[in-house]
Design a protein around this ligand. Sequence first.
Ligand code: SF4
Length: 384
Amino acid sequence: MSERITNKELTMIKLQLLANGISFDSNFLKNYNNSVYIEKRWAYGNGDEEVFACKIPQEIKLKDIVVAVHYRKDSKWVLTSSGDKYSLNYNDSFIIDVTFPLRPKFYDEKLKNGTYCRSVGTLYGGGALGIFSPGSCYNFKQGLPCKFCSLEPTRNKLGDHVKDITPELAAELVEVALTKDSNLIGQIMLNGGNYPSNDYGFLKQVNTVKLIREKMSGLELKDNIEIHLIGMPPDDLSLLDELSDLDVQVSMNIEVYSPEIFEDIAPGKHKFYGRNKIIKGLEKAVDILGKGNVYTVFLGGLEPMQSLENGLYFMAQKGINPVINVFHPDPKSGLGNYPRVSVESMEKMGEILQEVYTKFNFRSLFQGFGRNSLDNEAYLGYFG
Ligand code: SF4
């Protein structure tokens, strides 16, 4: 493929890789294992068909586009390597050279209690520091997990992440990570499963943000690093007032717009909280943080396109910034056998999202780091 590949063409390769997954040849696995690039870590889910004993990539980079790696052994999209050069082939034909996010230094540092930093924080997309806590969810405990979610089976089998991260531990992690890797980290994401009390979960996140900001104020940072708080709204929506002087952006995820499909695919969220209350929480958060600073994620591919489009506009008109994460069937989730989203559908949803961002002057949530999401490409106009 030509050196002068366009951003639209790169975006279409991203969609192909999300739709069909990626395979690796043996040279790739050997070279990647000894490379300077980051290894995949499983903080909340696993979309791979197999587990490897050696390190495998978490994302690939196509210039400024980041793509999540979902291993499918029969995919015709294959990563290969010669020396320290890596490329992507399709049906044995060369398509493009690729690279990967660097492994951050903080992964090998230890916190005061002896825990490795990599067991507390994960670097996504090369620059988003994710802290996922709790690594369990009340919905699983009640037998009503979201059907697309593989959090508990993944945590039970893979990974060495701390299950319940205290605000103090999270803040210490951020201090170490930003001291060692300030050149890499561009945003911090706090998310996790649900506690039985959403008030408890929300206030814990608020406290974590405060402690992180305190630590950050003692560091010499070139740029302001955004903190994104991703989770359920509190049960008592008046607690959202806590956001007013926090300097955060929040995301509370609706998953799908259709009430019927929401009830089916997110039965715990439906039973213990409710779609309408999530929307109320989003509206109140916009009142506090302003239009465009409150996000909600849709899982593209789980509802008809018209329903998704209605949802994107419904949210945007309320000042809520919509994001599309492309649904991928995690083998151990309730939708493990659900069909993968086609490239054509993804392209269509990307075009609609781009139109929404342009009309409402919104920007992306995962700025430059989105792996399964289409928001950065839509924001940059790559679907047009
Ligand atoms: S709320 Fe749903 S998606 Fe989130 S961790 Fe719980 S089961 Fe998974």
